[in-house]
Design a protein around this ligand. Sequence first.
Ligand code: SME
Length: 161
Amino acid sequence: MAEELNIITSASKAEKYQSLLPQIEGLVTGERDVTANLANVAAALKQAMNFFWVGFYLVKENQLVLGPFQGPIACTRINFGKGVCGTSWKEGKTIVVPDVDAFPGHIACSSASKSEIVVPGFKDGKVCMVLDVDSDVLNDFDETDQVYLEQLMKIVEQFYY
Ligand code: SME
């Protein structure tokens, strides 16, 4: 396992993701513990992309329950269809929120969070988790984030059980 991430800080966002994804794949390959892998994925994403908050919410007994994350403390449980995460779970698709205050029902875990992207992960055709990424800057996420974070979730789905 690589002990350090190699990310060129001056690179474009797409270049950073292109460099990061194979390194994350290397990081999780050979480790079968889900918690260890989710924790390292969250840490790698936060470190490489310098996001405000990165974490997983896992579907458990009909709720989303906070999983491994990096950043300030966060809400522990989210109901189906609630907030950005619960909506992504319900709709089974990525949701990009340029301004969290303009999203009806947004759950504010931190007042510093200004924009957000939530990407679902699937097992047997059903949403089994979501990846939530928050920024302290308005309008910080676009199609580039969506494309690469959806690719990241394909890697995560392979080790998640
Ligand atoms: N804002 C999210 C809740 C999770 S925190 O951002 C970490 C939502 O509305 O679902």
